[in-house]
Design a protein around this ligand. Structure first.
Ligand code: TXA
Ligand code: MG
Length: 339
């Protein structure tokens, strides 16, 4: 299959995407977080095609993107006994980078999309291109990140092309995404507290005003867990290690063909021992680091080095979301993993 890349602003680009989706085909679309591989969430064959294109195992469910706020109640049921917390989160953060796990309404999305779970993950994207497409279509879209399973998430149309060329008919290119990291995923516990299954642009600090917040990331056996959040995601093919700057200085001589993923530009003498060097920020702004993170990791992975060394980031706010991904990237890195 030939993969066409169209600038989303070009005449006819949006209507072409809508026509493909109406026919049950897949289209890669920008969202404010990362690019998604979208297909009609009401059609089993479209969902199956998403798993196939990504080489994604069927146990890993897909996020359903809604066209309107009103469609929330057509896809989900308000979680019993939790008050208005779901509505309050939606009012505050939608459209935007928050995914909420809610009880699914029976018979609306195929079982394949939720991997058989009684909970469905829903969000509403704020990206103008995504919104133009989904509003014209008028139906929910299933859309995981548009990378092959376990690999680095795409923050541009060019990244999507590198991952999925030949497997999907169309990519709408709209440049780099605003947040650079996938949406935060939250579950609502029966007592109304929130559990974070994936850290993201809506931080723990931002969620705290809605009630007690717990981190469920990586907790095997948690009542709610995201099957796709195991170790070994976001993985570069080049071995990746996380090392503090002080440790790097101690073995400067022993780092042949090693790329550096530095937090700040002020890398000083340390950076000089590495080539290439990618900086996540000029002066330590975590928003800037989030936006640059996946693209920088991908450039280092494509640079032909033997190893990548990444500096840890401060684990507050967005730093937590970046470190969560960096640890998984390190765990899954290397030519043989993920299996
Ligand atoms: O920002 C985002 O969320 C992007 C854009 C494209 O919207 N999408 C995205 O999808 O990151 P994906 O499939 O790459 O990651 C979704 C995560 C997976 O770890 C999956 O296991 C979890 O959400 N998930 C989806 N549905 C779930 C469900 N019903 N129960 C538990 N976890 C679920
Ligand atoms: Mg993903």
């Amino acid at each position: 299959m030939e993969t066409l890349v169209l600038n989303a602003a070009d005449d006819g680009a949006i209507s072409r995407a809508v026509a493909l989706l109406e026919a049950g085909d897949l289209v890669a679309l920008p969202t404010e977080t990362v690019y998604g591989l979208a297909g009609d969430a009401g059609r089993q064959e479209a969902a199956a095609a998403i798993f196939h294109a990504k080489e994604r195992p069927f146990f890993d469910p897909l996020i359903v993107h809604l066209p309107t706020l009103a469609s929330l109640e057509r896809v989900t049921i308000p979680p019993p006994g939790t008050g208005r917390i779901a509505e309050r989160l939606v009012e505050r953060f939608w459209p935007g980078p928050l995914t909420i796990l809610l009880p699914r309404r029976a018979g609306v999305v195929p079982d394949l999309i939720t991997a058989g779970s009684e909970l469905v993950a829903v969000r509403m994207s704020a990206h103008p291109v995504f919104r133009a497409v989904i509003e014209a279509l008028g139906r929910p879209l299933a859309a995981p990140s548009a990378n092959r399973f376990g690999r680095i998430s795409p923050t541009s149309g060019a990244h999507v092309f590198a991952e999925l060329a030949g497997r999907i008919p169309l990519v709408l290119e709209a440049g780099p995404t605003t947040h650079g990291l996938e949406s935060t995923i939250v579950a609502i516990a029966p007592d109304g507290s929130l559990g974070i299954l994936r850290h993201g642009p809506i931080t723990e600090e931002m969620l705290a005003e809605f009630g007690p917040v717990r981190t469920l990331v990586g907790l095997a056996g948690a009542a709610a867990s995201a099957p796709g959040q195991g170790p070994g995601h976001y993985a570069p093919r080049t071995p990746l290690e996380i090392r503090a700057r002080a440790e790097m200085v101690s073995d400067l001589g022993a780092l042949p063909k090693t790329g550096l993923l530095a937090f700040r530009r002020d890398h000083g003498a340390v950076g000089g021992a590495f080539a290439p060097v990618e900086y996540l920020t000029e002066a330590g702004d975590l928003r800037e680091a989030a936006v640059r993170f996946f693209a920088a990791l991908r450039r280092l992975d494509d640079a032909g080095v033997e190893k990548i060394v990444a500096e840890p980031l401060p684990e507050i706010g967005l730093g937590r979301a970046i470190m969560e991904r960096l640890r998984r990237a390190a765990a899954g890195s290397g030519p043989l993993k993920p299996s």
